[in-house]
Write a protein that binds this ligand. Structure first.
Ligand SMILES: NC(=O)C1=CN([C@@H]2O[C@H](COP(=O)(O)OP(=O)(O)OC[C@H]3O[C@@H](n4cnc5c(N)ncnc54)[C@H](O)[C@@H]3O)[C@@H](O)[C@H]2O)C=CC1
Ligand SMILES: N[C@@H](CC=O)C(=O)O
Ligand code: NA
Length: 816
C-alpha cells in the first residue's frame, strides 16, 4: 500500500482538489487501499494563528472567521453535488461554531496557552480533510475520514509533541486492518495526548503524519505531493539552471533540506528512514513529473554532487584566546550554554591549534549569544585568556552535498576554484568527516553569484554561462555581437558555453541586463536606454551586479578604459581587449595588468593586439611557457600598410588605396596611427614584452612611410587631403622597387634586445615577398626553432578576423 500526502496548495483551491482526485483515481482501485494525509488549505494555518493572536490581544477575529467559512463553503459548493452538500456544510458549520467559541474564550481571558493554540490550529486540517473526504466519497465510494488525533498519541508538549511510536503504530495498524477496503483520508499535523487533548506535531507536521502511517503500515512508498518539481540541485529562485533530482539518499536529502530546500523538513522523514521506506516527492500541478525519490540506497549516480544548499542570512561569532588551548571541556561549556539558551548553532569550525573557535547562528540569536557568552566567560575575559567575541553579520552559508564526494578527490578543489575565480572570499569552512557536505561561509552579497558559479562548475552537463560587459560598438564590437548571435547554439552544444551580454556601452549610451541583452535588438536597446555613457558608472554597475563568470571586453581604441583594467581585475573580473593602448603603454603598466590578473585568479587575454585573429600572442605564450627563448622576430604586422603596398599598383592613386583600406575595416579608427607606424610599434612592443624584454616605446626605432606634411596633419580629413598631393612621393617609391623586381615591405624586427621598423624593398627570394591583401606574417627564430623559424601568416586586419579573435579569447576564459 501507499501513503499519499497532499500539502496546503494541493488542497488550496477547487481546481487543485480536482487534480488531487484525478491523482487518487487510479490509486483507490488498488486492492490495498491508500492512506491519504492532508494539510490545511493553503494559508489557513497562518490565518488561524493570526486570529488566535488577535483574540489574545483583545482584537476582533470575526472577519477572519467569515473568510475561513466562506473559503471552505465555496469549495464544498463547487465540488459536491447539491444533494451531498448539506451534510458537509453542516459538519463544517459545527467546526466553525466550536472554533468561534474557543476564540471567544481566548478573547475573554486574553490568554492563548499552547494547548488552546493547538486546538485552534487543528481546525485547519480537520476542515480540509472533512471536506476532501466528502468529495472523495462522492467519487470513489469507500472512503473513511480519520481524525489522526484518534491514532497518533503523543506527550503533552503542545506545539511540538513527541510521538509515542509503539502505541501509535499499534493504533494505526488496528485502524487500517479494521477498515480494509476503505481509503483512509487522514488529518495531517494533529495528534492527541493521553488525556485525549489535541496536540500538534510541529514544523512539517503533515509530512510527519504521512511518514508515521507509512512506517506503521510498512508502506511500499510515501508520496509527498507538493507544488514544486521535487528536490532540486539548488534553490531555483537563485539558480535558474537548477534542475530536479531523480534520486537521492536520506542522508543527502537531510543535508540538502537542512539548508533551505523547503520541500520537506528532514526530521519528519525519520520514521520512513528507519524502515527504509522510499519517499517520493511529486508535484500536484505537474503530475506527469516522475518525482524525486528519497531512498536508502541509490543507483550509482554520475553526478559528482547532488546539490548546493544555502542559508542566505547568518552571523558568525569568533572566539579566540589562549584560554582555550588544550582545555578540555571548553567547547562543551560553550555549546551547552548555547543549547540551554535554545540558540541553534548552524555550523562550527575550530582550528587545530585550538586557539579559535567559530560558529554560525541565526541573525536573531546573535546578540543574545554574545550576551550569554560574555556572562559565562566573564572571568576568562577579564583575565585576557579570551579575547572579546568578534561578530560578523550579513553572511551566508553555501554547502555542496552528495555521498559521491566520498569517492571523488578534487571536490573541494573545484569548489574553491569556482569561488576564488569569482572573487568570493571564504570566511570559514566546515566539512564533516562523513564527507557528505562541504560548507563555506561567504558574504551574503556574494551568495547568488557563488551559487551560480559553483552550480556551473559541478554540473558540467549544463552550459556554463559567461556574463560579458562590452565596451565599444564600432567595427569590432558590432561584428562580435553578430558572430555571437549566429554562433550561440553551436557554442552551447559543442563547448557547453552560453554567453550573455550583461552590459554594453559606447561613447553615448550604456545599457544593462543580467539576463542577457538580446543580440537581435541591442542597437535599439542601447539607443533607448536611459543611461548616458559614463565609464566609471559602467564599471560600478558591473561590479554591483556581481554576476558569476564575468568578463569585461574592451573593443575601443580609447585610452580611457585602460585606466580601469586594474580595478576590474581586482574585482575578480577577466579582461579581454583588442585595444593595444594598454599593453603598449609604460612597461610598468603592462606588468601591473599581468600581475594583478594573476593575483586575482582571472584572465587577461589580448590575442587580437597583434595580427588580429592570427594565433600570434598565444603561439608566443606557448613558446615562452614551455621554456623556449626568442632569438629573433621578423614580422609584417600592419594589415593596412600590407594592403596598401599590395594594391598600390599600376594607375592606382595612393589616397584612394588608403581610403579603401579604411573602408575595408583594416585601419585604426584614425588611419594616421597605421601609416605613422604607431600601430606597428605598439604590436612590436607588446611582442617584445611577451618575449621577456622590459622595453619602452622609446626603445623602438621607427622609419615612417609618410612624408612630413601627412605626419603633421591635424585631422583625419587634413590627412587625406595631404595624401592627395603625395602621389608622386609614393609613386617614386613604388617605381624604384618595381625597377629592381622588388616589392615594398614595412618590416619589424626584434633582435639582440632591439626593435626596429623599417621600410624595405625585398626581392622574390625574401620570405615576405609573397603576400597579398591585408596579410601579416611573423617568423619566430627561437632556441628550438633555430634552423627554420616558426612562421604564422594570414590576414591580419579586418572586422571579421578581429572579432573572431576576441570571440576565441572569450571561449578560452569560459574554459578556465
Ligand atoms: N580593425 C582591425 O582590423 C583591428 C582592430 N583592432 C582594435 O579594435 C579596436 C576597435 O576598433 P574599431 O572597432 O575599428 O573602432 P571604432 O572606432 O569603429 O569603434 C570604437 C567604439 O568604441 C567606443 N568607445 C570609444 N571610447 C569609449 C569609451 N571611453 N567608453 C565607451 N565606449 C567607447 C566608440 O563609441 C565606438 O563604439 C581598436 O583598439 C583597434 O586597434 C585590433 C585588431 C585588428
Ligand atoms: N589597423 C591594424 C589592424 C590590426 O591590428 C592594421 O592595419 O594592422
Ligand atoms: Na593575434
Amino acid at each position: 500500500m501507499k501513503v499519499l500526502k497532499f500539502g496546503g496548495t494541493s488542497v488550496g483551491s477547487v481546481s487543485s482538489i480536482q487534480t488531487l482526485l484525478s491523482i487518487l483515481k487510479d490509486e483507490v482501485k488498488n486492492e490495498e487501499k491508500p492512506v491519504v494525509v492532508l494539510s490545511a488549505m493553503g494559508g489557513v494555518t497562518n490565518l488561524l494563528s493570526a486570529m488566535a493572536e488577535d483574540a489574545a490581544n483583545g482584537k476582533e477575529f470575526t472577519a477572519g472567521l467569515a473568510e475561513l467559512e466562506k473559503r471552505h463553503f465555496d469549495t464544498v459548493k463547487a465540488l459536491l453535488d447539491v444533494q451531498n452538500q448539506n451534510p458537509a456544510l453542516t459538519r463544517l458549520k459545527i467546526h466553525f461554531n466550536q472554533l468561534e467559541e474557543l476564540l471567544q474564550g481566548v478573547l475573554t481571558l486574553r490568554e492563548l496557552t499552547p494547548k488552546t493554540r493547538d486546538q485552534v490550529l487543528a481546525f485547519g486540517e480537520r476542515c480540509s480533510t472533512l471536506m476532501v473526504s466528502k468529495v472523495a466519497a462522492q467519487h470513489f465510494g469507500d472512503v473513511l475520514f480519520v481524525d489522526a488525533a484518534d491514532v497518533i498519541k503523543t506527550d503533552s508538549a503542545f506545539g511540538n509533541a513527541k510521538v509515542n511510536t509503539e502505541l501509535t503504530e499499534r493504533l494505526v495498524q488496528g485502524l487500517y486492518t479494521e477498515n480494509k477496503g476503505k481509503t483512509l483520508i487522514v488529518t495531517g499535523f494533529i495528534a492527541s495526548n493521553d488525556a485525549g487533548q489535541t496536540t500538534t506535531l510541529g514544523r512539517g507536521g503533515s509530512d510527519y503524519t504521512a511518514a508515521i502511517f507509512g512506517a506503521a503500515l510498512n508502506a511500499q512508498e510515501v508520496q509527498i505531493w507538493t507544488d514544486v518539481n521535487g528536490m532540486m540541485t539548488a534553490d531555483p529562485r537563485m539558480v535558474k539552471k537548477a534542475f530536479s533530482l531523480t534520486e537521492l539518499t536520506y542522508t543527502e536529502a537531510m543535508e540538502l533540506s537542512y539548508f533551505g530546500a523547503k520541500v520537506i523538513y528532514p526530521p519528519t522523514m525519520i520514521p520512513a528512514f528507519l524502515k527504509k521506506i522510499p519517499i517520493v516527492i511529486k508535484n500536484t500541478f505537474e503530475p506527469e513529473f516522475e518525482g524525486t525519490v528519497i531512498r536508502h540506497d541509490c543507483k550509482a549516480s554520475t553526478l559528482p554532487i547532488k546539490g548546493i544548499s544555502s542559508i542566505n542570512n547568518i552571523s558568525i561569532l569568533n572566539l579566540e584566546g589562549s584560554g582555550m588551548v588544550g582545555k578540555s571541556g571548553f567547547s562543551g561549556r560553550l555549546f551547552s550554554l548555547l543549547a540551554r539558551e535554545q540558540i541553534n548553532v548552524i555550523l562550527i569550525t575550530q582550528s587545530s591549534s585550538e586557539h579559535s573557535i567559530t560558529f554560525a547562528v541565526q541573525p536573531q540569536d546573535t546578540d543574545r549569544a554574545k550576551q550569554v557568552i560574555e556572562q559565562e566567560f566573564e572571568l576568562e575575559l577579564a583575565a585576557k585568556k579570551l579575547e572579546h567575541l568578534v561578530i560578523e553579520k550579513n553572511l551566508a552559508i553555501l554547502a555542496i552535498v552528495g555521498e559521491n564526494m566520498k569517492q571523488t578527490p578534487g571536490m573541494s578543489g573545484k569548489l574553491f576554484h569556482a569561488l576564488g575565480r569569482n572573487g568570493v572570499n571564504v570566511r570559514a569552512i566546515a566539512q564533516g568527516s562523513s564527507e557528505y557536505n562541504i560548507s563555506v561561509i561567504i558574504s551574503a552579497n556574494d551568495l547568488s553569484k557563488a551559487l551560480n558559479a559553483v552550480h556551473d562548475a559541478f554540473f558540467v552537463q549544463l552550459t556554463k554561462t559567461l556574463h560579458a560587459f562590452c565596451l565599444g560598438t564600432g567595427n569590432i564590437g558590432k561584428t562580435l555581437f553578430n558572430q555571437l548571435n549566429a554562433h550561440s547554439e553551436y557554442l552551447k552544444d559543442n563547448n557547453g558555453i552560453q554567453v550573455k551580454i550583461a552590459g554594453i556601452s559606447n561613447t553615448r549610451k550604456m545599457t544593462f541586463n543580467s539576463d542577457g541583452i538580446s543580440l537581435d535588438t541591442w542597437q535599439n536597446d542601447l539607443q533607448s536606454s536611459p543611461y548616458e555613457a559614463d565609464l566609471q558608472s559602467f564599471i560600478n554597475r558591473m561590479k554591483e551586479m556581481n554576476l558569476p563568470n564575468c568578463v569585461f571586453i574592451d573593443n575601443t581604441a580609447s585610452p580611457v578604459p585602460i585606466g580601469f583594467y586594474e580595478e576590474i581585475f581586482k574585482a575578480n573580473i577577466s579582461v579581454i581587449t583588442c585595444n593595444k593602448i594598454g599593453n603598449s603603454g609604460s612597461y610598468k603598466q603592462y606588468r601591473t595588468f599581468k600581475d594583478t590578473a594573476r593575483a586575482h585568479g582571472v584572465d587577461f587575454f589580448y590575442e587580437t593586439n597583434v595580427g588580429a585573429g592570427l594565433p600570434i600572442i598565444n603561439t608566443l605564450k606557448n613558446l615562452m611557457n614551455s621554456g623556449d627563448r626568442v632569438q629573433r622576430i621578423e614580422a609584417i604586422l600592419s594589415g593596412t600598410i600590407s594592403f596598401i603596398f599590395n594594391n598600390f599598383k599600376g594607375d592606382a592613386n595612393f589616397h584612394d588605396v588608403v581610403k579603401e583600406a579604411q573602408d575595408k575595416g583594416y585601419t585604426e579608427p584614425d588611419p594616421r596611427d597605421d601609416l605613422s607606424g604607431k600601430d606597428f610599434m605598439r604590436k612590436m612592443l607588446i611582442l617584445a614584452r611577451d618575449a621577456g624584454y622590459a622595453m619602452e616605446e622609446a626603445d623602438v626605432e621607427i622609419e615612417s612611410v609618410l612624408p612630413k606634411a601627412s605626419l603633421e596633419a591635424k585631422t583625419v580629413e587634413d590627412f587625406y587631403a595631404t595624401l592627395k598631393t603625395e602621389d608622386a612621393h609614393f609613386a617614386k617609391l613604388k617605381d624604384a622597387a618595381e625597377k629592381d623586381g622588388k616589392v615594398l615591405r614595412y618590416i619589424g624586427k626584434l633582435e639582440d634586445g632591439k626593435v626596429t621598423i623599417t621600410l624595405q624593398m625585398v626581392d622574390e627570394n625574401h620570405p615576405f615577398y609573397m603576400l597579398s591583401g591585408s596579410d601579416n606574417i611573423i617568423s619566430f627564430t627561437t632556441d628550438r626553432y633555430r634552423e627554420r623559424p616558426l612562421v604564422v601568416k594570414g590576414p591580419g586586419a579586418g572586422a571579421e578576423v578581429t572579432a573572431a579573435g576576441v570571440f576565441a579569447d572569450l571561449i578560452n576564459v569560459g574554459a578556465n
